[in-house]
Design a protein around this ligand. Structure first.
Ligand code: HAM
Length: 419
C-alpha cells in the first residue's frame, strides 16, 4: 500500500526550493546587517518549557502541542514555536553576561496540531528574530523596520502593519477584570471556547473569529485606555518613531496574540491576499519571560515569519525562480569516450562548474538534442574520432561555433570561458 505523508505535513519539492533559498538568503542578509547572529535550537524540548512560557491556558498548549513521554520517561514536546527555546538557551548559557544588547535569529520547522487548511499546516517553517537587553521603544521600531525591510527586499508589498500594546503586569489585570465584567452580560452568546476563556484568559476572546463572539466584543473596552503611564509613554513613543520613519501602521485593539508571554508592544503583518490565515508574521515584547524562565530581569522583543505564507506571496508577485541550468553538457559515443567523459565530468565539477552528461548513451544526435534542452551554453562532443586525435569538440550553443581542444586542456579551457 502506498504510504502518504501525514495530513498537514508538506514536502517542499525541488521546483520550490529556489524560492525558499531566496527567502532564507535575504533573511540572513538583512538580519545580519542589523547585527543579528544565528542561533540553532533543538526541535525537542521539555514540555514544561512551552507550558510555562506560552501559557497553560493558550490554544497552543491546551490543544495543539505534539507532546509525548519519551523512552526515558521524560515528558517532551516537539517545538510549536522558537521564542521559548531561544529564551531557555539565553538563560542556560548565560548569554545575558556581559549585559547589553544581544540579537539572535533562527529558522526552522515548528509543529502545531491545528486543523490544516490553506496557509495553516501542522509542520510549518518560521524565520524568527529575538533581541534581548534593551527596554527602549526605539528597539521595538528597529525590529519592526528590519522586518518590513526584509519584505521589501523580497518584493512583497501591500502588507499592513498592525500594532497594539498589551500593557504590563501592573496595568493588564485591571483591563482583564473590566473585560470580564463587560463580557459577562454576553456570556451565553459566546462560543464554548470563549466561555472558558472568559474566566481563564479573557483577552483571548478579543481575537476569536466566531461571529457571535466578535459581536460581543465589538464595544468592549480597549486595553490602551487601561495602560499605566510608563506603558502609555512607551506605546506613544513607538508610534512617534514609526511616524518619523513614515512607516504606515494601524492600531488594532483586537491584536492580543495567541501566546501569553507578551507585554507592551505587539504587532502582526497582515497580507490581505492570504485569505483567512492572513498573518505573515507576528511578534512583540516579552519583558517578563527571561525572568520567568530563571534568568535575570531582561527586557526582550522579537517576531516570527511564517515561511509557507510568505512563499505564496512571492508566487503572487509573479517572480520567476529558475533552477540553475548546467553550464556544460557532455555528449559521448562509445565505451572509451564514455569513460573519458566520466573523468572530464568529475574534473569540471571539482572546478565548481555545473556539468551533466547523458547516461543512456544513445545516438550522438539524441544526446545533442538533450544537450540543447538542458540549456547548457557549452557542449563537449566526444566520439571515436576525437579520442583518436586526442582533441574534443567544444560547441558554443548560442553561436553554433565549434572549436577543437586538446583532451588534457578541456577543463581549463572551459573554466577560463566560464569564470
Ligand atoms: P505566532 O503568531 O504564533 O508567533 O507565529 C508567527 C507566524 O508563524 C504567524 O504569523 C504565521 O505566519 C506563522 N504560523 C503560525 N502558525 C502556523 C501554521 N499552523 N501554519 C502555517 N504558518 C503558521 C510566534 O510563534 C512567536 N514565537 C513570534 C515571536 C517571536 N514573538 C516574539 N518573538
Amino acid at each position: 500500500m502506498l504510504i502518504q505523508s501525514i495530513k498537514g505535513f508538506n514536502d517542499i519539492l525541488p521546483d520550490e526550493s529556489p524560492k525558499w533559498h531566496f527567502i532564507e538568503r535575504t533573511a540572513r542578509e538583512v538580519f545580519e546587517t542589523y547585527g543579528f547572529r544565528e542561533i540553532r535550537i533543538p526541535i525537542l524540548e521539555k514540555t514544561a518549557l512551552f507550558a510555562r512560557s506560552i501559557g497553560e491556558t493558550t490554544d497552543i498548549v491546551e490543544k495543539e502541542m505534539y507532546s509525548f513521554v519519551d523512552r526515558g520517561g521524560e515528558q517532551v514536546t516537539i517545538r510549536p514555536e522558537g521564542t521559548a527555546s531561544v529564551v531557555r538557551a539565553f538563560v542556560q548559557h548565560n548569554l545575558y553576561s556581559p549585559p547589553g544588547l544581544l540579537k539572535l535569529y533562527y529558522m526552522g520547522p515548528m509543529f502545531r496540531h491545528e486543523r490544516p487548511q490553506a496557509g495553516r499546516y501542522r509542520q510549518f517553517y518560521q524565520i524568527g528574530a529575538e533581541a534581548f537587553g534593551i527596554p527602549a521603544p526605539s528597539l521595538d521600531v528597529e525590529i519592526i523596520t528590519m522586518l518590513m525591510e526584509f519584505f521589501e527586499k523580497l518584493g512583497v508589498i501591500n502588507l499592513a502593519l498592525q500594532l497594539n500594546s498589551l500593557g504590563c503586569l501592573d496595568c493588564r489585570p485591571q483591563f482583564k477584570e473590566s473585560l470580564r465584567n463587560y463580557l459577562g452580560s454576553c456570556q451565553n452568546k459566546l462560543c464554548t471556547d470563549c466561555q472558558k476563556r472568559l474566566s481563564q484568559n479573557p483577552l483571548r476572546v478579543m481575537d476569536c473569529k466566531n461571529e457571535a463572539c466578535r459581536e460581543c466584543t465589538s464595544g468592549a473596552p480597549s486595553l490602551i485606555a487601561f495602560l499605566c503611564a510608563p506603558c502609555k509613554d512607551h506605546f506613544q513613543e513607538v508610534q512617534e518613531l514609526l511616524g518619523a520613519l513614515k512607516m504606515p501602521y494601524q492600531v488594532n485593539i483586537r491584536l492580543v496574540r495567541g501566546l501569553d508571554y507578551y507585554t507592551r508592544t505587539t504587532f502582526e503583518i497582515i497580507a490581505p491576499g492570504l485569505g483567512t490565515q492572513n498573518a505573515v508574521a507576528g511578534g512583540g515584547r516579552y519583558d517578563g519571560l527571561v525572568e520567568e524562565l530563571g534568568g535575570p530581569p531582561t527586557p526582550a522583543i522579537g517576531f516570527a515569519i511564517g515561511v509557507e505564507r510568505l512563499t505564496s506571496l512571492l508566487d503572487n508577485g509573479g517572480r520567476s525562480f529558475k533552477l540553475p541550468t548546467p553550464q556544460v553538457f557532455i555528449a559521448a559515443l562509445g565505451e572509451t569516450a564514455e569513460s573519458e567523459a566520466f573523468q572530464i565530468l568529475y574534473k569540471l565539477r571539482k572546478e565548481g562548474i555545473r556539468a551533466e552528461k547523458d547516461y543512456d548513451n544513445p545516438s550522438l544526435k539524441s544526446q545533442l538534442r538533450k544537450a540543447n534542452r538542458s540549456g547548457a551554453p557549452w557542449v563537449i562532443i566526444l566520439g571515436e574520432e576525437e579520442l583518436q586525435t586526442g582533441r574534443a569538440i567544444i560547441k558554443e550553443m548560442a553561436t553554433g561555433h565549434q572549436t577543437q581542444v586538446n583532451l588534457t586542456e578541456v577543463v581549463t579551457w572551459l573554466r577560463d570561458k566560464l569564470t
